[in-house]
Structure formats: structure tokens, C-alpha cells
Design a binder for this molecule. Sequence first.
Ligand code: GLP
Length: 241
Amino acid sequence: MEIVIVADRAAVGEVAAGAIADLVAGTPRALLGVATGSSPLPVYTALARRVAAGELDVSELRICQLDEYVGLPPGHPESYRAVIEREVLTPLGLTQDSFLGPDGAADDLPAACAAYERELREAGGVDLQLLGIGSDGHIGFNEPCSSFSSRTRVKTLTHRTRLDNARFFGSLDEVPLHVLTQGIATISDARHLVLVASGEAKAEAIALTVEGPLAAVTPASALQLHPHATVIVDEAAASRL
Ligand code: GLP
């Protein structure tokens, strides 16, 4: 595992955007897995700046989704599909045509999960998966004790994750109880994993991920098994390493 420690959040964004830019330079039609949450936002800002400056051409890039809430009405602004459209596709000048994601509104959710696994495989697999990390060490929505061999499936959110994510909704009650998420094995199929984190609130989760035992209770510790994993953190998130 490669650990990159930089001064602040903006620098985390620049370093991760650099890895994505290098990928796109060699493979213009790469499949980039994106994550939601606040941690990857500086990455998207840095990418959009490079595109606007004419330094990076992402016109052939394909984007795919890590996880999704179950049961939000179509078009809900906090559905991850809507978030990715707002924060990634539109700023990069891409449309839904370049986008793959699981259907959190499907009647048959297990079938939607299987269909998404198939779609990712048929698309040639994910070249680079960008990840944030939950304060409890979750990646995607693989909550603590998720199996390292898990594939895309329905999960129930922990109270802690619902509390963490309530800031995006009007109240805790509005945060869905269930989600679809790529499993840890699905995520690990990506050829390169890039996890970004900033701030003191993530320091404990980062220490467990990087230096803790390989343990299902810290889902992100699965990165220790991956042949090409990069963790990019600011000094505050690195403070317990
Ligand atoms: C959600 C997402 C994760 C993300 C996590 C942390 O749970 N499903 O993919 O990593 O939030 O979000 P933040 O970066 O805002 O702390």
C-alpha cells in the first residue's frame, strides 16, 4: 500500500486528480469509479479545473457509481446518482451516457445488484476506484463486519452512518435505512484503489486501515490485500499513523 501524506484537503484533491489524469492520458476510455461524500470533492474540483484549463480531455471517460440509497424517489437531490451528476458529470462536461450505476428504485433489488455486477464486468472492469472512508472505517456502504468476499448487495446502514449522513437530509428520519453497495470483493476488482481522507475525524479510521489488523470490523483494511492501493491523506487524517 502506498501512503501519501500532504498538507491539506486541497492537496489531497490535487494528488488524486493527478493519478486520474495519468490514467486518462494512457486510457482515454477508462472506467473511473467515483465516491460520494465530502472527502472526494477536492478531487472533482481539481479535475474540473484541469479540464477547464485544457490540460485534460475526459470526453471519452466513463464513470461508475459505488453505492446508492434504496427507496429515494427518482430525481431526489440526495440520491447518489443525482449527487454524481451534480458534482462529477456536469463539472466534467459528461452526461448520463457515460455513466453506470445500480438502480436503488428497482422492485427487485437483488436482481438490480446482479445486473450492476454484470454491467461492470461487461464494461471491462473498473480501472481506478476512488474511495472515501466512513468514520467507522466503511468503504462504499460496506459497514463494519461486511465480508471481504462480498459482492454488490443490499445493506442496512448503521445508526452511526445515518447520523453522519443526516447533514445532507432535512432530518435523521429522512435518511434511508437501506442501500445498495458494491461489495468489498467488487471494489477490490478495480485495478487501482485510491482512498482519500482529510481531517482529524478520519485519523482513527485511517490508522486502523493502514496499520491495524486485517479485520472485517474495519472494511477499509481490505486495501492491505490489494496489489495497487494508494491512500492519500492530509496531515490531520495521518495524525495517528
Ligand atoms: C458515505 C459514502 C461513502 C463515503 C462516506 C464518508 O457513507 N457511502 O462512500 O466514503 O460517506 O463521507 P465523507 O467523505 O463525507 O466523510
